[in-house]
Write a protein that binds this ligand. Structure first.
Ligand code: AMP
Ligand code: GLY
Length: 423
């Protein structure tokens, strides 16, 4: 098969690596890709939002399967464009990707179908939102309705912070049109878990659990980022939690989407909070998580191309997903200053240290090939992943491997997986 991947981050590198293991994959392309993905795929210089150009490419190159990694093209309707041209594509259509694309939609869905989540109100008018805040309990959570590069969520400790937040999102449009609607949500406390799943419209198959580290600094300080590191599995995701989520969250979400005439095929990523009252949904994403994918796929035993095909064909019930009985930890190497301001263009040394090292991976996120070699080209530069027999071993291995890489302004959190010690 000829396979095209759409995206350019560490997630797409991990997907490309996993697809390359499949005997079904003869030739892999990635648009636009990055310097690491080149090892497995021919990178094509077409942007992820250039749907018609991507579909032209798929037709001209007789692509058998296109896999969409990123949220923006999914929410924008890339799957519909491909399907209209008779092209096979893995991911939800526009009317289903709204599960991630609109927080107002996803909250209403959960309310209508009784799926546990934080209590909330939706506002289209900043005056009404401000009025509501006057009697609300702090802390409180403000969420821009639409996609905002993972930055559209504000946790407000005081009434004044919340008032300022409403103004930033709804009046100053800090996140653009994503802030036309605002969800104001009850603040929840507990452990966070990321659970990825494959969905074929009716059947859902759960992957192994993971935990992200969203804040830029050690001890969960600093700004929210795309994710600074992950571990898998989460020791807090017990069989009891799993059983609860299967019964009250996972299948009910898939059934709710089908009942709404929005059949979901692709990946549903459940962002969960394990509260004292039980697991609740923080958010849905309609794609693989990044960096979650970098710890989940290295542990997955299945041929991922077969699973993609089963999702498209509606035969996921015939697949049994299997994961290795070990653990993985990913430490993101970023550019100092991320997520605000950082320099790019520094040569990366030591990538060759990962060659032929079983259980160690370096997934590229913001990198670029130049005449001087591979250089830093983004905030999140690389994801260093290592496996181990258990979480502690995986963490020690990952931090050992972090030392193999060097570049100017290299920055990483030193406490990824600290929660393991509390389990
Ligand atoms: P989201 O983009 O919806 O995942 O939100 C980003 C982060 O904000 C989450 O990973 C949580 O850490 C936090 N968050 C979102 N909603 C809530 C909530 N209702 N209560 C507490 N924390 C939240
Ligand atoms: N790591 C969180 C996300 O991919 O949204």
């Amino acid at each position: 098969m000829k396979i095209l991947i759409v995206g350019s981050g560490g997630r797409e590198h991990a997907i490309a690596w996993k697809i390359a293991q499949s005997p079904l994959a003869e030739k892999i392309y990635c648009a636009p890709g990055n310097a690491g993905i080149e090892e497995y795929a021919q990178c094509v210089d077409i942007g992820a939002m250039e749907f018609e150009k991507l579909a032209d490419f798929a037709q001209e190159h007789s692509i058998d399967l296109t896999v969409i990694g990123m949220d923006d093209p999914l929410v924008g309707g890339i799957v519909d464009v491909f399907e209209e041209r008779g092209l096979r594509v893995f991911g939800p259509r526009k009317n289903a990707a709204i599960l991630e694309g609109s927080k107002a939609f996803s909250k209403e869905l959960m309310k209508k179908y009784g799926i546990p989540t934080a209590a909330y109100e939706t506002f289209e008018d900043s005056g009404k939102a401000l009025e509501y805040l006057e009697t609300a309990r702090m802390p409180i959570v403000l969420k821009a309705d639409g996609l905002a590069l993972g930055k559209g969520v504000l946790i407000c400790r005081t009434l004044q912070e919340a008032r300022d937040g409403v103004k930033e999102i709804m009046e100053d449009k800090k996140f653009g049109s994503a802030g036309n609607k605002l969800v104001i949500e009850e603040f929840m406390t507990g452990r966070e878990v990321s659970v990825l799943s494959f969905v074929d419209g009716k059947t859902i198959q759960i992957m192994t659990s993971a935990q992200d580290h969203k804040r830029a600094g050690d001890g969960d300080t600093g700004l929210n980022t795309g994710g600074m590191g992950t571990f898998s599995p989460s020791p807090f995701y017990t069989p009891q939690v799993d059983a609860f989520c299967r019964k009250y969250i996972y299948q009910p979400t898939v059934d709710a989407m089908a009942a709404e005439g929005r059949e979901f095929k692709g990946i549903i990523f459940f962002g969960l909070m394990l509260t004292e009252e039980g697991p609740k949904v923080l958010e849905y994403n309609a794609r693989f998580g990044d960096p979650e994918t970098q710890v989940v796929l290295p542990r997955m035993k299945n041929d991922i191309v077969e699973v993609f095909e089963a999702c498209i064909d509606g035969t996921l019930d015939q697949i049994s997903l299997a994961f290795e009985d070990n653990a993985a930890v990913c430490v993101v190497l970023a550019s100092e200053g991320y997520p605000v301001k950082y320099e790019k263009g520094f040569v990366i040394h030591g990538l060759e240290n990962f060659k032929d090292k079983d259980g160690y991976y370096v997934f590229h996120a913001g990198t670029k090939r130049t005449e001087e070699g591979i250089v830093t080209n983004g905030g999140r530069v690389l994801g260093v992943t290592a496996k181990g027999s258990d979480l502690k071993a995986a963490r020690a291995n990952a931090y050992e491997a972090v030392k193999w890489i060097d570049f100017d302004n290299k920055y990483y959190r030193t406490d990824i997986g600290k929660a393991i010690d509390e389990a």
